[in-house]
Design a protein around this ligand. Structure first.
Ligand code: F6R
Length: 369
């Protein structure tokens, strides 16, 4: 069942290129057109939507954060991302012009289910991005865009996360095409780039031994920080969550720009800080994160950088660097930058002797509120 891997999590991390490829399969064609026939929400409704709210929990909510950057950029429609349990018990402004997108691997998360029930009562259409066929969230939504990641057995989500992000890109590009937005001419280019992501993830996986070596040298750490900006921010949050869940280490993810507004006080000699660096092809974003690197380095942190191959400037501040392939579009970088963080958490947990597939206190699907 584990295909020669020691744990399901290991196996599922390695299935990520396939999870992306399968999620794209049949939905993109060589002519650069998108086929999302399964979106059985009237096109006129999708055209008139004036707000999108993504509801989800945990890792799925971080996929939603990535979706916000992509969908707002491509579609020029406001996107909010909200934890499903917070959405449900305040008084959210939703109506027939709101599209609620629920993201869930299991399709059984009670918090998310209650949020979509509430949204539908207010007249919103609900589109579910779900991995499990026939699950409750799939059945109770107006339309379903399935992630074809295959069954995820390890409690901590990896390949489902990657597939959720992929599905969100498809949704964003589809809406952009449908609504005739200014990026519509670029849809084919983005689809082409998406098609290259499985091999880019393979490239990152090929370097896994270096990440594992680092993890093995860090079995004694008690706290780890993760910093990212733009789409690197949700990746930082996910890196921290994986480490908490699997290795039971205190970890926090921050928006890099927030550092000087407080968290920088935490930086001390030897503290491991992961920094997800945007591509130098986006100089404005890049230079900001370089400044953050300088700030943490100057205070003696052990800086671990995830950067685009050849980014020597970022590397010059790093104790360790892990490269991701060059020329990945910025919006798609989470699909590659998250991979070293997953491997790091998985290896560190194994080194500490913990059950990577079944972390303490957690369940694969959370069917209570
Ligand atoms: C983290 C993790 C959880 C889930 C969350 C939502 O590794 O697995 O944070 O992402 O409980 O679960 P689903 O996606 O099944 O709704």
């Amino acid at each position: 069942v584990k295909d020669g891997y020691e744990t399901f999590m290991d196996k599922e991390i390695h299935e990520q290129p396939k999870a992306v490829a399968e999620t794209l399969r049949g939905r993109t064609s060589l002519d650069g057109r998108l086929h999302l026939d399964e979106l059985r929400i009237d096109e006129s409704v999708l055209r008139s939507v004036d707000k999108i709210i993504v509801v989800a929990c945990g890792t799925a909510a971080y996929a939603g954060h990535v979706a916000k950057y992509a969908i707002e950029h491509w579609c020029r429609v406001p996107v909010e991302v909200e934890l499903a349990h917070e959405f449900r018990y305040r008084d959210p402004v939703v109506n027939e012009k709101t599209l609620v997108v629920a993201i869930s691997q299991s399709g059984e998360t009670m918090d998310t289910l209650m949020a979509i029930r509430h949204a539908r009562e207010q007249g919103s259409k609900v589109l579910a991005i779900v991995n499990t066929h026939g699950s409750t969230i799939a059945r109770e939504s107006d339309a379903v865009l399935y992630t074809h990641a295959g069954p995820e057995v390890a409690v901590a989500s990896t390949k489902a996360f990657i597939a959720q992000i992929t599905a969100c890109y498809l949704l964003g590009l589809y809406l952009s095409e449908l609504r005739g937005n200014k990026y519509v001419d670029e849809v084919a280019t983005y689809l082409d780039e998406l098609g290259k992501m499985p091999s880019r993830i393979e490239e990152v996986l090929a370097e896994e031994e270096q990440v594992r070596t680092l993890a093995r040298s860090m079995a004694d750490v008690t706290s780890v920080l993760f910093l990212g900006r733009h789409v690197g921010f949700p990746v930082a949050l996910e890196g921290a969550l994986k480490l908490k869940e699997l290795a039971y280490i205190h970890a926090e993810g921050f928006a890099a720009g927030e550092l000087k507004h407080g968290p920088i006080a935490l930086i001390e000699e030897g503290l491991p800080v992961f920094v997800i660096v945007p591509t130098p092809r986006r100089p404005l974003l890049h230079s900001k994160v370089i400044s953050n690197l300088q700030e943490v380095k100057a205070r003696g942190a052990r800086v671990i950088v995830i950067a685009e191959e050849g980014d020597e400037e970022a590397a010059s501040y790093a104790t360790r660097v892990f490269w991701v392939p060059r020329s990945t579009p910025t919006l798609m970088m989470p699909l590659v930058t998250v991979v070293p963080l997953q491997i790091f958490a998985c290896e560190l947990a194994s080194v500490k002797g913990y059950d990577v597939d079944k972390p303490r206190n957690l369940a694969k699907s959370v069917t209570v509120e």
